[in-house]
Design a protein around this ligand. Structure first.
Ligand code: SAM
Length: 232
């Protein structure tokens, strides 16, 4: 399929902003040239074959930004493989520098739209999916670009194992309401919150992302966790 301004190669409506920022410093350019090809997800091959078999589970973060949360999760969970997807190449370079410095061996990167590699993720292959502070696309005419919609939830439900978890966070209340409106009526997910602290406070194993640190100045943060129900 031919990509135009608004759709990507797989035909998805663009859900992200720019792909490039400032020119990369030479060390990060080198990591893009040397390290990225070694740990890139290869489309067309099941992701389960792209990690060492000793790992006990696979997680995925969609839109990792600068990769702070992903790198911390990878360091804290060396027995878990983590797929990170991010089309913003300066963010990819930043995650690469953390992977390199911390010698993280359990990270694989897809430096583009996460939805391209969904066909390579077998049913029930993922134990956790993170979508943290996704672009809120606040104008009504752009809502259709929001990543979380029923087709994406359908795909997450397919890829998550029974009891697996989908974590979402946002400081944009319009987007929070939007996600709740889709997720609460989705037959395969249940909201895990039992009280206000479950959505007001981040989970215990949380590392604040760069976006979150900037937003913390004034806004309310909401953290939503959904469990993938057991398949019938
Ligand atoms: C507002 S930023 C937040 C980044 C990071 N999660 C954080 O909290 O700092 C949203 C990110 O999602 C990425 N993104 C948007 N659509 C995406 C998609 N379809 N696949 C992967 N990443 C995507 C954007 O490029 C952007 O870096």
């Amino acid at each position: 399929m031919t990509a135009d301004r608004d759709t990507n190669e797989s035909g998805y409506l663009r859900s992200y902003g720019r792909r490039r920022g400032k020119k990369l410093r030479p060390g990060r350019e080198r990591l893009m040239d040397d390290l990225l090809p070694r740990i890139s997800i290869k489309p067309g091959t099941p992701v389960t074959d792209q990690f060492p078999s000793r790992l006990r589970a696979l997680w995925m973060e969609i839109g990792f930004g600068g990769g702070e949360h992903l790198a911390a999760q990878a360091a804290g969970n060396p027995d878990v493989g983590i797929i990170g997807c991010e089309p913003f190449l300066n963010g990819v370079a930043k995650l690469l520098s953390q992977v390199d410095e911390q010698k993280l061996e359990n990270v694989r990167i897809y430096a583009d739209d996460a939805r391209d590699i969904f066909p390579d993720i077998p049913d029930g292959a993922l134990e956790r999916v993170f979508v943290l502070f996704p672009d809120p696309w606040p104008k009504a005419k752009h809502h259709k670009r929001r990543l979380i919609q029923t087709p994406l939830l359908d795909q997450l439900a397919r890829m998550l194992k029974d009891g697996g978890e989908f974590r979402f966070a946002s400081d944009h209340m319009g987007y929070v309401r939007w996600v709740l409106s889709f997720a609460l009526k989705h037959p395969d997910f249940e909201w895990m919150a039992e009280g206000p602290s479950d959505w007001r406070d981040p989970p215990d194993d949380w590392t604040r992302t760069r976006y979150e640190q900037k937003a913390l100045a004034g806004d309310i943060m909401v953290y939503l966790r959904f469990r993938r129900k057991a398949r019938a």
